[in-house]
Design a protein around this ligand. Structure first.
Ligand code: 4AD
Ligand code: MG
Length: 470
């Protein structure tokens, strides 16, 4: 018999029906009247089901001792109306089996209220806590909403490679992928054939220097310029030594790419995307989000509804710099035209000045990637970043440079060798079209959705500098 999910029991099981509930004990309470009360959770929803165990059940004295916080149990019982507040039904056990004990002297989650730092070291157990169970369900609902948004609009889901030989952002943040013997190289034993470079990548696995992708955009452009609207959604990797609450070395990114789109169309899609996926998750995960609102961020639900219900503010980078200069604020990083915005500046704009999400456009070309379309002022590019309260940037995007010769000179300006990007340039030689796209960081979106302060708590197994446990 398949088991009955706690979510289903709590929501729709009728009193009188028999259920087979399996899960992990969150708490056990023994009452004087010869009963025990177990709170059992199976992860199918935020809530636990209360199981009432009669002390007269066979063997009770023996197995009730084995049931402690963390133990796994299988309960066969009857659904009854609950006399308690806050729950519709509970389960009266007819048969209890202990599947696995959890020694209370050593079980790391015996007590509640551990710090997030402690829980990060227990990544194998933290999904059993309220916070990380809720995070897993919200993450799942968010991914589903993302796919649904694009599928409903006829976008094709394209899988772009994880191992690549091109650096999309041109920032040199690729993790290298190699089968060369690094220890041998370090000790002077050449893997090379005597060229001036200490390493001859012709001898490496792929015959050239390869790495883990920082973005699927360039390959998404190939498909956008062939089959129409597409999106990629997968892991991306950045060897950036940023120890912040907003950076991971491995994170998931959603990247739509649309032919015949200009920057305004790109912004319209990005705004509608963010508002739609938040609305979907609000509808799908009310209990989990209520928990985050109560325990993590008291303005969470209000701020999410605000985002869903209001248009984003749109302004240029230049206008934003003027606002920041006039703000009278002392920032850790001083602002001037031409510098990249820091999180403190993005948060000032979204939290204090506008009090809602903002889309900034037309950034200085020297701080943006080579592929962004140049404006006629020759100073700025058709970039757009979506900034939100509490986080700052969650989306980076642009209209792409579709003019071959301008693209070549931009690559040179950015210190890239156009020959390395020959195939990307051919898209501009054969049937070039205006096109645009953007990338949304999944874990930053989860920070926004849950109010969790540290991005490392928004991915099951965080990777960051000096952090790759499990
Ligand atoms: O702004 P980014 O670097 O843009 C791109 O990679 C473009 N190729 C996207 C495109 O146009 N198709 O990154 C996009 C988003 C950021 O706005 C942020 O949400 C997230 O990816 N992001 C990170 N999230 C976590 N940790 C990091 N180290 C991140 N770097 C970027
Ligand atoms: Mg960016």
């Amino acid at each position: 018999m398949p088991r009955d999910l706690v979510a289903k029991v709590l929501k729709s099981s009728q009193p009188g029906s028999t259920v087979d509930v399996r899960g992990w004990v969150r708490t056990k309470r023994e009452s004087k009247g010869g009963f025990a009360f177990l709170e059992v959770n199976d992860g199918s929803c935020f809530g636990n089901v209360q199981v009432v165990v009669d002390g007269k059940l066979p063997g009770y004295e023996t197995w009730i001792k084995e049931i402690t916080t963390g133990a796994s149990v299988a309960i066969l019982g009857e659904v009854v109306e609950s006399p308690g507040k806050g729950q519709r039904v509970e389960v009266r056990a007819n048969e209890v089996r202990v599947l696995g004990t959890a020694d209370s002297a050593t079980y790391p989650l015996q007590k509640k209220g551990h710090s997030y730092e402690f829980l990060r070291e227990k990544a194998h157990l933290r999904p059993r806590t309220n916070t990380f169970g809720a995070m897993a369900r919200v993450r799942n609902a968010l991914c589903d909403a993302i796919h649904r948004f694009f599928q409903d609009r006829g976008f094709l889901y394209v899988h772009t490679p994880i191992i690549t030989t091109s650096d999309c952002e041109g920032a040199g943040q690729l993790f290298q992928v190699t089968t060369l013997d690094i220890a041998k190289l370090a000790s002077g034993g050449r893997e090379s054939s005597g060229s001036t470079s200490p390493v001859d990548y012709a001898h490496d696995f792929f015959g050239k220097k390869a790495g883990l992708t920082v973005s699927g955009q360039l390959e998404a452009e190939i498909f956008a310029c062939a089959v129409g609207d597409v999106y990629t959604f997968g892991p991306t990797f950045r060897a950036e030594n940023s120890n912040t609450t907003r950076h991971l070395s491995e994170f998931w990114m959603v990247e739509p790419e649309m032919p015949f789109y200009e920057l305004e169309d790109d912004m319209d899609l990005a705004e509608s995307f963010v508002r739609t996926i938040i609305k979907d998750v609000l509808n799908r995960c009310p209990d989990d989000l209520a928990f985050f609102n109560e325990r993590i961020e008291p303005t969470l639900l209000e701020s999410l509804h605000h985002i869903v219900e209001h248009d984003f503010i749109r302004l240029t980078y230049t206008e934003a710099i003027e606002i920041l200069l006039k703000s009278g604020q002392t920032f850790e990083y001083p602002v001037s035209w031409g510098t990249d915005l820091q999180s403190e500046h993005e948060r000032y704009l979204t939290e204090q000045h506008f009090k809602q999400p903002v889309i900034l456009t037309d950034y200085p070309r020297q701080i943006k990637s080579f592929y962004m379309r140049c404006n006629d002022d020759s100073k700025t590019v058709r970039a757009m970043d979506v900034l939100v309260p509490r986080i700052g940037e969650i989306i980076g995007g642009s209209q792409r440079e579709e003019r071959h010769d301008l693209l070549v000179s931009r690559m040179q300006e950015c210190g890239l060798n156009p020959e390395d990007y020959w195939w990307y340039l051919e898209l501009r030689q054969y049937g070039t079209v205006p096109h645009a796209g953007f990338g949304l960081g999944l874990e930053r979106t989860l920070q926004l959705m849950t109010g969790m302060h540290n991005i490392r708590d928004c991915i099951p197994f965080p990777r960051a500098p000096k952090t790759a446990d499990f």
